[in-house]
Design a protein around this ligand. Structure first.
Ligand SMILES: C[S@@+](CC[C@H](N)C(=O)[O-])C[C@H]1O[C@@H](n2cnc3c(N)ncnc32)[C@H](O)[C@@H]1O
Length: 217
């Protein structure tokens, strides 16, 4: 009987059993690595696939496209789902557009070029999406939460990635560098809000850099 299990060894072992079989997705992953584009970690990718596979959403909102890597993962799993994805960084928009041209059924995807906060505010529709993947500026999650909730249907799922902010969120605030304190405080507020919100059932997972999963009641 082993008394202590090294978490890094567990992660390495699990990842050795997880492989990517889709060549197009692999190409985007390789590009992201070569060009320092932040994309979803492998453990989080597997979790996203699991939830998408169970939920089978029809209408997805992704906040934070980057080069459309996670977008392609969701598109390949749910070919019939309509995806709206938002990115505001010009250089990444150019890559995302080119990848969408190459790899997507264009009738199923809309790339919003601009600030997610503005899109969420201006979009006054209600209950438009049954799945939201939140993966953009971490300090904005709390500011966007009410607008995201308005856009979620009953039983819609919200997945927020990187909620541990590379582990910082687990530390005492006194150990956080001054310049990072605002994001730290806002992410803590986001986690408090989603876990105490009467409209949401929220579960937090130690997967990748931390993931929250909220279901709208
Ligand atoms: C972690 S990356 C997204 C990775 C992508 N979801 C994936 O896994 O392939 C976050 C992206 O959000 C974008 N972003 C940050 N703040 C944003 C905002 N306010 N509006 C739109 N995009 C934003 C960044 O430019 C960056 O490309």
């Amino acid at each position: 009987m082993i008394e202590y299990i090294d978490e890094i060894r567990v992660k390495d072992f699990l990842m050795s059993l997880s492989s990517e079989n889709d060549d197009d997705i692999l190409k985007l992953k390789e590009y992201a690595k070569e060009n320092d584009v932040p994309i979803i970690r492998d453990e989080a990718r597997d979790f996203l696939r699991l939830v998408i596979g169970i939920k089978k959403p029809k209408s997805i909102l992704e906040i934070g496209t980057a080069i459309a890597y996670s977008t392609l993962i969701m598109h390949r799993l749910c070919k019939d789902a309509n995806i709206v994805t938002i990115e505001d960084f010009e250089k990444r928009i150019i890559s995302a557009k080119s990848n969408i041209d190459k790899y997507f059924d264009k009738s199923k995807i809309e790339l919003i070029e601009g600030d997610a906060g503005a899109y969420l505010k201006e979009n006054t529709e209600k209950e438009k999406f049954d799945f939201v993947f939140l993966d953009a500026a971490k300090g904005q999650y709390i500011n966007w939460l009410n607008d995201i909730k308005r856009l979620m249907q009953k039983d819609a799922i919200l997945i927020a990635d990187n909620i541990f902010k590379d582990g910082e969120i687990l530390e005492s605030k006194y150990l956080i560098k001054k310049r990072d304190r605002t994001i730290y405080k806002r992410m803590r507020e986001f986690l408090n809000s989603v876990t105490n919100d009467n409209d949401l059932d929220t579960y937090i997972f130690d997967i990748g850099d931390g993931i929250s999963v909220s279901i709208k009641k």
